[in-house]
Design a protein around this ligand. Structure first.
Ligand code: CTP
Length: 460
């Protein structure tokens, strides 16, 4: 019996795939099809596969051509599979010509001519969502570049007050305006990265105009406002998600799984620090529209692991802030002490001071150490009493997680447009729980209202 093996992603199975599978099958008597896992695709830079692994496997199975389907999960697996299944022929399309010659050592390699005029990339890009970016910082340039990597998305407009920080790319968008309503008229979805004071109003206006929204955290300044926005999104069948890139980084997500899986025992403490010296305002610039306090800039990210690991119902949150005399809502550095029934947490955030930006999750058996900058990490360690038991974990992180967050946003939109409820779509994508979004808004709002805050004057 001649055994043949072939591999692919098979996103939106098309006639090119089917023709390849037919010819692969005809090369022998038994066809094994390897379907790439989501993680493996991400690792090799294919970030925007739209169908889940289950859907892609089901599509391959429905062709009736595969005698066996395996999941391709790691680099080098092809050699393992060829040996394990006693494969005689390895085949793929001619777009890979030459790239698998090294497998000749294990079996015969055949490149089959690729069917012209069709590809998953084309199918994914056939419907492009028109996206509008709202904000004013140079972060817009990065977001614009990352959006270009995501299939099915087109930046159709940008709303900024000051164009001076924008690169040529975003400046070349179809619409560059300082009028938010004009932007809303021109797009299907919006990404809001304006000053947090404006989030609630801008999110509400976008939802009322039937646009899906991704908004930089905090999306509002209280749990009440936040709940109101989620209710509005649900009522109108729209996606509303807060943007926190860390949540979409593979290393961070794996770290959470290890913690919840009990690898460090019961968690007793979470300590997160994030600082930078690049304040979001010119020195002594007190214009509220351009100034992000340390709490608004970094608070939501620092609170993320705290709420995700310890829950959203702390006994107390106390904040100590080093502020300037004239503006108490603008902190240069703050420490949050969060107390839970069985654990404690601290978050230190600073835009005017520098510290070690690490994350430590301490447990009764060991602890997790995520080195700086933990919020865009590709690496962490589990450490135990006996150093010989320590483990290190590496995961590829491209684009600081921005592109993965966008891919999740688009997948959630596709789900919601199929009639799936917003909260369910969020769960499927492993997004940030709404309770966490609400709790974050509440803490940031409390800080701005001066609740539970001890102010310490900052002396330059
Ligand atoms: N294939 C083909 N003809 C096409 C498209 C794909 O013969 N028009 C083959 C590929 O060469 C590969 C297999 O089908 O052997 C699975 O390809 P996959 O990468 O899943 O599909 P693409 O459409 O090429 O996907 P993408 O656009 O994401 O690269």
């Amino acid at each position: 019996m001649t055994k043949v093996i072939t591999y692919g992603t098979y996103d939106h199975l098309h006639r090119g795939h089917v023709r390849l599978l037919e010819r692969a099958k005809a090369l022998g008597d038994y066809l094994i099809v390897g379907v790439t896992s989501d993680d493996f695709d991400k690792q090799r830079g294919k970030i925007n596969v739209q169908q889940s692994l289950e859907e892609r496997i089901a599509a391959v199975r429905s062709t009736g051509l595969a005698d066996k389907i395996v999941v391709e999960e790691y680099e080098g697996q092809k050699i393992d599979d060829i040996k394990r299944y006693g494969v005689d022929i390895f085949t793929v399309g001619s777009d890979w010509e030459g790239q698998f010659d090294y497998l000749n050592e294990y079996c015969k390699v055949v490149y089959l001519e690729r069917t012209s005029g069709v590809s998953s990339t084309e199918i994914r890009s056939s419907v492009k969502l028109r996206c509008g970016l709202v904000g004013y910082t140079d972060y817009m340039n990065r977001v614009f570049a990352e959006c270009g990597l995501v299939n099915g998305l087109e930046v159709a407009g940008i709303c900024v007050e000051d164009r001076s920080l924008l690169d040529e790319g975003p400046l070349g968008a179809e619409l560059v305006t300082d009028e938010y309503d004009k932007l809303l008229d021109a797009v299907d979805i919006v990404y809001i990265h304006s000053h947090p004071d404006r989030h609630y109003d801008q999110v509400k206006r976008a939802l009322n105009a039937d646009k899906h929204v991704m908004c930089e955290a905090p999306i509002a300044k209280s749990a009440k406002e936040c709940s109101e926005l989620f209710a509005l999104a649900d009522e109108r069948g729209l996606v509303l998600m807060d943007s926190l890139r860390t949540a979409y980084s593979t290393a961070y997500a794996r770290m959470l799984l290890l913690v919840t899986g009990g690898r460090i025992g019961e968690v007793v403490s979470v300590d997160a620090t994030i600082t930078n010296l690049k304040t979001n305002r010119a020195p002594f610039d007190t214009r509220r529209d351009t100034a992000w306090s340390s709490m608004t800039a970094w608070g939501p990210t620092a609170l993320l692991p705290i709420f995700q690991i310890l829950g959203t119902k702390p006994n107390s949150v106390r904040i100590s802030s080093l502020c300037e005399k004239h503006d108490k809502t603008f902190d240069e550095f703050s420490r949050l002490d969060v107390e839970f029934p069985n654990a404690v947490a601290t978050a230190k955030v600073g835009s005017g001071a520098k510290s070690e930006g690490s994350l430590v999750v301490s447990g009764t058996k060991g602890y997790i150490y995520v080195p700086a900058p933990w919020w865009k990490t590709d690496y962490f360690e589990i450490r135990y009493e006996n150093p010989a038991d320590n483990r290190r974990y590496f995961y590829q992180l491209d684009g600081e997680g921005i592109r993965f967050e966008w891919v999740s946003f688009l997948r959630m939109i596709a789900d919601v447009e199929k009639g799936i409820k917003g909260e369910e779509a969020l769960r499927r994508e492993g997004g940030i729980d709404r309770d966490i979004t609400k709790a974050t808004c509440e803490v940031i709002g409390a800080f701005e209202r001066g609740e539970s805050v001890k102010y310490l004057e900052f002396v330059r």
